[in-house]
Write a protein that binds this ligand. Sequence first.
Ligand code: PGA
Ligand code: ZN
Length: 460
Amino acid sequence: MPIIERVHAREVFDSRGKPTVEVEITCRGGKPSRAIVPSGASTGRFEAVELRDGDAKRLRGTGVRQAVANVCGEIADAVRGMDANDQEGLDTRLCELDGTPNKGRLGANAILGTSLAAAYAAADEKGISAVRQFSQIWDRLRPSKSPPANTAGIGLEPGLPLPMVNMISGGLHAGGNLDFQDYLILPVGATSYRQAFEWIVSVYWQVGTELSAVGFEGLLVGDEGGFGPKLASNEQALGFVVRAIEAVGLVPGADVAIGLDVASTHFFSDGAYRLAATGGQQLSSAEVTDLLESWCDRFPILSIEDGLAEDDWDGWKLLTERLGRRVQLIGDDLFVTNESRLREGIERGVGNSVLIKLNQIGTLWETLQTMRLAIDNGYWPVVSARSGETEDTTIADLVVATGAGQLKVGSVARSERLAKYNQLLRLEEQLGPDAEFLGGSIFATLQDCNLSGDSAKPLE
Ligand code: PGA
Ligand code: ZN
């Protein structure tokens, strides 16, 4: 049995140069195994608390020395001697030790680092890979029968995910003027992960070429590696992406569909959505819904994340009634990987998909429980990175182990992103037929989705 013997932590740095927590756990007879915690910029209000030192004299208050001290002290004392293979028991212990609903006392960064490092330490002691370990943990939650029709195939077996990849970045992730955070592509027509990835790289390069050709900053990239140009409107970005797909010989919609992360919470205040890119235009929830619907009519859009804000349940209901049968509607800030918020969404009939970010909730076990709840209720789970990332590849192993079907990591530039994409290439090679690529087939039940490509009419 992998018994936790040593727990250590240190402050390391993420892809924005911000301090973050690395935890190192050693099981009896094993080697030190580590995990690094990521960090968001467009965070939701309901996320678990990331503990920062707040000492303005050091690194503008972003240090995580207190979280590190919590791991090395109180947390280490509590988990030493525990069975690292019992993820549920370990994570429950961590939650109880913290004692707050949002992990605000010890810090979700301290707790998640421990939760993940324990899984890696258990894998090391057992002599198995991370993906095998995550798969064995998921086995305890893995649906035994086929989930509801629209997520059929998801979560049942290990599998390679469909990548959802950022091409153009705006919002809080890039210095341009776009209000919307991510303009993404989903290579739904690809038949293997490697092919999907090669298509993505081709389209990404082409977007850069197209932007440069008309004088935009085609080489400046945002926090997740997507291009961050100053464009004339939010909509113009869609035109660039569709043109790039066509220019590399792929069919918009059938081969490569479009996704958006509107990340609308950050431009929502006092009941209005305030769009800077269109001169401070103020829209109601219904008007944002109209706008998104009109885009879905004109572009091959398959997925929309955070189309409305984290508190706008009524708006979300309307959005789901209007678009929920033709488009994947992902709740990120809305659900924050939190089982009770997702349950509320399911009861209210809001959204049909949930973004899965480990550090929004703060333990591996709770993350998996939220995924299971999603699958049982026909919601697609989309495993996601944060805008502040590191070389840690946990999410790549996790998405394959669970067969969750989709992964959102950012763009194909910046090595903290490529660490995940490259890990998927390794897993595809190593697992072979044991990890099927589900690809775009997971969306078979969406109706009236404008993926034919013929009606895509990019502007200008
Ligand atoms: P974040 O962005 O990590 O800055 O929250 C990712 C997202 O909104 O999906
Ligand atoms: Zn988001």
